[in-house]
Design a protein around this ligand. Structure first.
Ligand SMILES: C[S@@+](CC[C@H](N)C(=O)[O-])C[C@H]1O[C@@H](n2cnc3c(N)ncnc32)[C@H](O)[C@@H]1O
Length: 395
């Protein structure tokens, strides 16, 4: 593949923003792509993929590269992908055999898998034998998975509609509404997206709303609704009948939920900002179903957000664990007796998952609950993102 200097500069500038100005990779890529409307689909694909892959392999690339000059790092990445370099001044001093030699001398898993040492130790301690394979899988590119919006279409009709436009998909077994794209592409540009026929949502994430066993007419609270991915799914499962209170502490995220609900033909979602604990107290014993899709480390979705590797710290994980326990302790009061709640994370760490649920069940407030079941979804076992989903019943 031929390199073009304006797209390579696009990649290099984006990396500079991510690593030296501490910006989120997805936002930086979005801004970079918007900055030059003349770039075609191939150019955009090249930039997005190169940035994501370089972020994913950042530690390894730095280890193998002859220097920390950003063009040398790009050149190293490019050679490691099995390509050849054009004779540009920026790439002088990078040579294929030196890179191969440097790579072959590395023995440490944390460097070869391009993660911080502390993360490798934590993974090994908490997941034991399973960590090696899980880590390998979390370093692969994520597939694009969509959820057919059952309020407007069926999985089969959507598959045919996309197929007519050359977008091949397959339906993975065990997921009611999921379709996987055979080839990565920007599916947001397809008219079926604007018509609200689907949402982009990983297959593991689609298990969360299903686990809540909602029925039309129920009163449901999605207490950490964010931009509403799970709320929209719940609304579809409820056939747009009943009521969903979509709550979050971030108002801007809930605004997004509103826009998405309109596109999806959902009218039962009511966004509500959590201003203080009073918002929660006013809703005591009001929900038939409660979803706690709590903030987490995001270690189960590294495939999708590789920059998480470099933004997380052991301290930030401890902090988010405290928030998780506070949420389950305080928000569970919103559930009616006899109701069911789901506690979910997109993490694979037991400390954010089953140990949190255990701690809650052993606490004063947790005495009134029983665990019905829990599912530890590992990326290498499922083929999709890593998730944890626990179902609890209020006695
Ligand atoms: C995993 S994300 C939710 C994703 C969302 N449910 C979806 O499907 O798109 C966790 C959310 O919890 C929110 N959050 C963080 N602290 C919170 C708190 N104390 N109470 C409620 N929501 C909180 C964050 O703003 C974030 O949107």
């Amino acid at each position: 593949m031929k390199l073009h200097s304006n797209t390579v500069y696009g990649v290099v500038n984006a990396l500079d923003e991510i690593f030296f100005n501490n910006k989120y990779a997805d936002k930086v890529i979005e801004k970079t792509l918007k900055s030059n409307p003349k770039w075609g689909a191939r150019d955009r694909g090249f930039i997005a993929e190169s940035v994501y892959e370089m972020v994913r392999w950042w530690r390894l690339i730095n280890e193998v590269s002859p220097s920390d000059d950003i063009f040398h790092l790009f050149a190293t990445y490019w050679l490691m992908q099995g390509n050849t370099l054009p004779p540009w001044r920026e790439f002088e001093g990078v040579d294929d055999s030196r890179i191969k030699y440097n790579y072959d001398t590395i023995r440490e898993r944390a460097i070869l898998q391009s993660i911080p040492d502390w993360m490798d130790e934590m993974g090994e301690n908490l997941l034991g034998d399973k960590w090696d394979e899980e880590l390998d899988t979390l370093n692969q590119q994520a597939q694009v998975v969509i959820r057919a919006n059952s309020l407007k279409t069926t999985k089969e009709d959507l598959m045919n509609r996309l197929g007519e436009d050359g977008v091949e998909t397959y339906a993975p077994k065990g997921y009611r509404d999921a379709l996987v794209l055979a080839k990565r592409q920007n599916i947001f540009r397809h008219p079926a997206f604007k018509e609200g026929l689907f949402e982009v949502q990983d297959a593991s994430s689609q298990l969360v709303a299903s686990a809540l066993e909602v029925e039309p007419g129920m009163r449901v609270i999605d207490a950490c609704a964010g931009a509403g991915g799970k709320s929209l799914h719940l609304a579809a499962l409820m056939e747009n009948k009943g009521r969903i209170l979509s709550m979050d502490i971030e108002e801007w995220k809930l605004k997004n939920t509103k826009l998405r609900a309109r596109r999806a033909g959902v009218s039962i979602i009511e966004p509500r900002v959590i201003e203080s604990n009073k918002t929660i107290k006013r809703l005591a014993e009001s929900a038939d179903r409660l979803l706690l899709d709590v903030p987490c480390s995001g270690l189960g979705v590294l495939k999708r957000n590789p920059d998480t590797k470099w933004k997380l710290t052991p301290e930030s994980i401890s902090k988010v664990q405290e928030v998780q326990q506070e949420i389950i302790q305080d928000y569970s009061s919103m559930l009616k007796p006899g109701g069911m709640m789901v506690y979910a994370t997109c993490s694979i760490l037991p400390t954010e998952n089953q140990l949190q649920v255990e701690k809650f069940l052993n606490s004063e407030k947790g005495k009134g609950f029983e665990l019905i079941s829990d599912e530890k979804v590992l990326a290498h076992e499922s083929g999709f993102d890593g998730f944890y989903i626990a179902r609890l019943k209020k006695k």
